[in-house]
Design a protein around this ligand. Structure first.
Ligand code: HEM
Length: 243
């Protein structure tokens, strides 16, 4: 029964995550950007824009310029999340990839770094009056969800261990449609329940800033309004109709 409930939950969560993300990305990609509004100083070539976006993705450059504390906690959280997610790939592939094997020992430190980063970001929302004023319940909820996932993960790692071999069989069984029993450990069930909740809310939450960054006109436009006339898609169609 438990296995069936969680299998169903993860099929639904995966469908919502993939379908929802695809839909939101399609929405972003088809939203017109009628104005030329790159934040200056901005690159004047496409290659420069690729580099600028690369620096945003890897270093969070504009956040660094804006606020050092938010950058520190935000960057630490995201970098740690990447390591933790890479470490988790061992539950979904057989054989486990070389990179994923190499990263295993760092994953544990990353778990703590993730919680530290999240608590720093949460502290900012609670302690800085101007930020507290603009914080909505969903901002707190997302932080609580991520802290809950990380804390239950660390609890499994250090206190209430689960049967990782059986867990891997369960997830491989989901992928290959050959269902295997899920270990009924309470902390694992909480961890997985929160992960499924995260997958379901992701496409409708502020966490969409991850793909959204690539569609931000202030970051992805080339600064060439004098060299090339900027025309929104609909304006081009309008012009073509008139001529
Ligand atoms: C279906 C997906 C997931 C499964 C099956 C899963 C399972 C597990 C298991 C079994 C552990 C304990 C590791 C051990 O004892 O060595 C763990 C730890 C952890 N999990 Fe997850 N988890 C999933 C998704 C996530 C996600 C999406 C996050 C973050 C948002 C996350 C964050 C953590 C953290 C921070 C730890 C502790 C550090 C570590 O062991 O890497 N997990 N997870």
């Amino acid at each position: 029964m438990l296995t069936f409930a969680y299998a169903l939950l993860f099929y639904i969560a995966a469908a919502v995550l993939v379908g929802g993300l695809a839909f939101r990305i399609w929405e972003y990609a088809t939203t017109p950007a009628p104005l030329k509004i790159p934040t200056t100083p901005a690159p004047r070539t496409r290659g420069g824009v690729v580099l600028r976006l690369g620096r945003e993705v890897v270093l969070f450059e504009s956040l660094f310029k804006a606020n050092k504390w938010t950058w520190l906690f935000g960057w630490a959280f995201h970098a740690a999340l990447l390591v933790v997610l890479l470490r988790h790939l061992r539950y979904f592939t057989r054989p486990v990839w070389e990179l994923v094997v190499l990263i295993q020992p760092f994953g544990i430190y990353a778990g703590f770094a993730m919680v530290a980063g999240l608590l720093g970001l949460w502290g900012r929302r609670l302690l800085v009056p101007r930020v507290r004023y603009i914080s909505a319940p969903s901002d707190h909820l997302m932080l609580a969800l991520l802290v809950g996932i990380a804390a239950s993960g660390l609890l499994m790692k250090f206190v209430a261990h689960t049967d990782i071999v059986a867990l891997k069989s369960f997830f491989l069984g989901l992928i290959y449609l050959d269902w295997q029993p899920l270990p009924p450990d309470p902390v694992l069930l909480v961890h997985l329940g929160l992960v499924a909740a995260l997958m379901i809310v992701f496409p409708y939450s502020k966490l969409l800033h991850a793909p959204g960054l690539f569609f931000s006109p202030t970051r992805n436009q080339v600064d060439n309004p004098r060299e090339r006339r900027h025309l929104a898609h609909w304006a081009r169609e309008l012009e073509a109709g008139r001529s």
